[in-house]
Design a protein around this ligand. Structure first.
Ligand code: ATP
Ligand code: MG
Length: 357
């Protein structure tokens, strides 16, 4: 096989530090599996604004749509927070998602019993909890029109629109069912069908898609109830699929359960194998450049990249096992109450990969 092509967008703050760590681990896993990849660095976010005036330069767009996968660090920071600025780092990310045609944001959340001290949940509620959120990324309340302001009889009003068409729902729910097949074979579709018309359509389509996937169970949950059950019954979940805003809120809740933002990866996928992979944390300007960032979210993002975009199932599993073993043995960065820096944590994962093999 020819070498896989990965575009690397380190971005801002701790982004470059954690992507470097992730590529190091991916390199070790690839070498061991007799695979190879080449990387190309491009600019996105604040660093791109400084260099070119644009958050997503054309050169970056072209490189990303031609690559097998894109690994991103983080974008943004106080330097570019001026509300009067012509463009913002986050605009680069939105533009990139659009250019790549990704519509589903995957966020796996595995709770480690060894990290019970860092989680708000009790140890017995954590052990074995392993779920993946599939958040619809391009529609729903955040993008629906009309949205805006109006003054009527001297009273100011503001409005947003929650709208989905059947195709937008179908493609993201279909992806959720495919993800569930090699897992615990359970899809939880989250909506607010007792009050929202868009949720009633969501439910109908989920049932229709479910009928095509024998052997995978489908349950519906109202979003408020889901928010509660994440705290009380985290172990009951497998794949959770939901609309944009519900997913935004629920994934932050689930991230808090894991113990640190620094641990969690994400993937944004569309129809084909190409995807955009990034840790869920932001640019963490308070610790940028100090070598203190937890690289695990980025390392696990590289594992997702290997699995979903390159088809490197064994290499992905080896990386994930390495993370599990390193954490079980007590490797901790500062966000987890430990003392390790980014490099040391990365080395702990690499060492654990050799032992686990
Ligand atoms: P954004 O708006 O870009 O999502 P944010 O303001 O929500 O960013 P982060 O930049 O993720 O938040 O940082 C939130 C807090 O978590 C900060 O104190 C930061 O230092 C810490 N943090 C985030 N990521 C990591 C990491 N990988 N390792 C250690 N600490 C982290
Ligand atoms: Mg944030």
């Amino acid at each position: 096989m020819t070498s896989a092509r990965i575009v690397v967008l380190g971005g801002d703050g701790i982004g470059p530090e954690v992507t470097e760590a992730a590529l190091h681990v991916l390199g070790v896993a690839a070498k061991r599996g007799g695979k190879s990849f080449e990387t190309r660095d491009e600019l996105l976010g604040g660093i791109a604004i400084d260099a070119t005036g644009e958050a997503m330069p054309e050169r970056t767009r072209e490189a990303c749509v031609a690559a097998d996968a894109v690994l991103l660090g983080a974008v943004g920071g106080p330097k570019w927070d001026d509300p009067r600025a012509k463009t913002r780092p986050e605009a680069g990310l939105l533009g990139l998602r659009k250019a790549m045609g990704v519509f589903a944001n995957l966020r796996p959340v595995r709770l480690h019993a060894a990290l019970a001290d860092a989680s708000p949940l009790r140890r017995d509620r954590i052990e074995g909890a392993d779920m993946v959120f599939v958040r619809e990324l391009t529609g729903g309340l955040y993008f629906g029109t009309p949205k805006g302001r109006a003054v009527e009889n001297g009273v100011e009003r503001a409005f947003d629109t929650l709208v989905y068409d059947q195709n937008e729902i179908e493609r993201v729910v279909e992806l959720a069912f495919r993800l569930a097949a090699p897992r615990k074979k359970k899809v939880t579709s989250v909506d607010k069908a007792n009050v929202l018309e868009s949720s009633r359509l969501w439910r109908e389509i989920a049932v229709k898609v479910g009928a095509r996937h024998g052997g995978i169970s489908l349950e519906h949950q109202l979003v408020d109830s889901c928010a509660m059950k994440l705290l009380t019954h985290a172990k009951d979940f497998d794949v959770i699929v939901t609309e944009n805003m519900f997913g935004d809120i629920l994934t932050d809740e689930a991230a808090a359960l894991a113990g640190s933002l620094g641990l969690l990866p994400s993937a944004s996928l569309g129809e084909g194998p190409r995807g955009l992979y990034e840790p869920i944390h932001g640019s963490a300007p308070d610790i940028a450049g100090k070598g203190l960032a937890n690289p695990v979210g980025a390392i696990l993002s590289a594992a997702m990249l290997a699995r979903h975009s390159l088809g490197w199932t064994d290499e992905a599993a080896a990386i994930e096992r390495g993370v599990d073993v390193a954490i079980a043995k007590g490797a901790r960065t500062r966000d987890l109450g430990g003392t390790l820096g980014t490099r040391e944590m990365t080395n702990a994962v690499v060492d654990a990969m050799s032992q686990a093999a």
